[in-house]
Write a protein that binds this ligand. Structure first.
Ligand SMILES: Cc1ncc(COP(=O)(O)O)c(C=O)c1O
Length: 449
């Protein structure tokens, strides 16, 4: 390893970072994280901070899980790689798929298709959805519906169903045939509707209208996150996802639950779909599947959808997959991570600590006028939207957001800034005292502007 001077000197010089401006990052260099322990990060200067971002909503078990680390190390010696393309497999892939299927059996999941991350998983679901209809003799069902403010990764398919234009505009034209419905975002929506249940009904009406306009027989699938994460932590009303499920069923449209953030306990339930009492046809998962110890994702397939593929003729052939699908080291990470997730019952801590964080932030909203909206209350996904004026809901400007972020960092916490929203999604093993530290950091930072 090169010395600290080399690292600081070369920071962001050769490496282009995801989701950043390569020129600006050379001037304003990223924090070099050198170590992590539990839910705490340490940077190159020895500064320690609580990781209220949980990496990118993914470090569910925190950074010190030896069971996962040892499983990965052992697998590297047993078998570091072999392909899972038709014809070969490996023991850990078989075991991990069994465990993942079992984990999501209550959601109606029957089969598992491993990928290398969330964008891959979304892409796999979109492609399988089209193929499903083709097998069923409905090849015209190719279109996708999704929600504004939804985030589904950055592959072309995922970006096309994405509902935030900053991930789209620079990369257009995107996939044809993707249409967006309003977001269940009570704080800002075109109906000026602040009642979440009424908003859910209005979006359902727009969906019916869009389906009638497009023709149900042209639509393959509808994709949504059970709780929208990167769009700013948008929590739909409990009736929303069931309403969408019912509309999909009525029109023969598959429902894809993008559980890349919500899956594996973050919402206080083992899946976001289960939180809302919905069984999707396909699910995309990643992040918590290995707690970020190894890059793995999966597309999960319901029993009913699986049967269509498995009983089909040659058109059931899946001509899709990745070199690292069912990677043995990734699979070992999945198996160990799932057994640790269950042993530690992380969803229960996520629910309790999530309530603590949500209530703590609500208390801050009573103290600071720049807090326009507080979102969360279901596990460890909390969003704090900042405004310069509560009456007009004017989003707080980027410069002030930057100062707040710096003040939060200075007071010992790492959060994630999503535009004018402070997003918090710490490890699911976070303690009560650590949540109090995060809340104190926010308090200090908000008092400083
Ligand atoms: C809901 C959702 N879907 C898909 C993705 C893309 O995952 P990845 O960054 O692993 O490709 C993300 C990433 O944050 C996500 O939050």
């Amino acid at each position: 390893m090169k010395d600290d001077n080399f690292l600081k000197e070369n920071n962001a010089r050769q490496l282009w970072h995801p989701m950043g401006h390569p020129g600006q990052l050379q001037a304003n260099t990223p924090v070099i994280v050198t170590k992590a322990e539990g839910s705490t990060l340490e940077d190159i200067d020895g500064t320690r901070r609580i990781d209220a971002a949980g990496g990118l909503w993914c470090a569910n078990l925190g950074y010190s899980n030896d069971v996962v680390k040892e499983a990965i190390a052992k697998q590297l010696y047993d078998l570091p790689y072999y392909s899972a393309f038709a014809g070969t497999t490996n023991p850990m892939a078989i075991e991990a798929a069994y465990m993942v299927r079992d984990f999501f059996a209550e959601d109606g999941i029957g089969r598992v298709f491993f990928t290398s991350g969330g964008s891959d998983s979304v892409e796999t679901c979109l492609r399988l959805a089209r193929q499903y209809h083709r097998i069923k003799g409905a090849p015209a069902r190719t279109k996708f519906l999704s929600l504004k403010k939804g985030y589904h990764g950055t592959h072309f398919g995922g970006a096309s169903v994405n509902g935030n234009n900053r991930f789209r505009i620079g990369y257009e034209p995107l996939l044809a045939g993707c249409f967006h419905l309003p977001s269940p975002y009570t704080y800002r929506n075109p109906f000026d509707e602040s009642d979440p249940e009424k908003l859910a009904q209005k979006i359902a009406a727009v969906m019916e209208d869009e389906i009638a306009f497009q023709g149900a027989e042209t639509i393959a699938a509808f994709i949504m996150e059970p709780i929208l994460g990167a769009g700013g932590v948008i929590v739909p009303h409990e009736t929303f996802m069931p309403l969408m499920r019912e509309i999909c069923d009525r029109h023969g449209i598959l429902m894809i639950a993008d559980e890349v953030i919500c899956g594996f306990g973050r919402t206080g339930a083992w899946s976001g779909s289960r939180l809302w009492g919905v069984k999707p046809d396909l699910m995309s998962v990643a992040k918590g599947i290995t707690s970020a110890y190894f890059p793995v994702g999966a597309a999960l397939i319901s029993e009913a959808v699986a049967e269509v593929f498995e009983t089909a003729g040659p058109e059931g052939n899946i001509f899709h997959g990745y070199t690292y699908s069912a990677h043995p080291v990734g699979a070992a990470a999945v198996a160990a991570c799932l057994s640790e997730t269950l042993r530690l019952d992380t969803k229960t801590n996520a629910a309790a600590r999530g309530t603590q964080m949500f209530e703590g932030v609500q208390a801050l909203a009573a103290k600071y006028d720049i807090i326009g909206d507080v979102r969360g209350g279901h596990g460890l996904m909390t969003g704090v939207e900042l405004v310069s004026d509560r009456a007009t809901k004017t989003p707080l400007d980027a410069e002030t957001m930057g100062r707040i972020n710096a003040a939060i960092l200075d007071s010992g916490t790492m959060v994630r800034m999503l535009g004018n929203t402070v997003a918090m999604s710490p490890p699911l093993v976070i303690t009560e005292a650590e949540v109090n530290t995060i809340l104190a950091s926010l308090d200090t930072a908000l008092a400083s502007v």
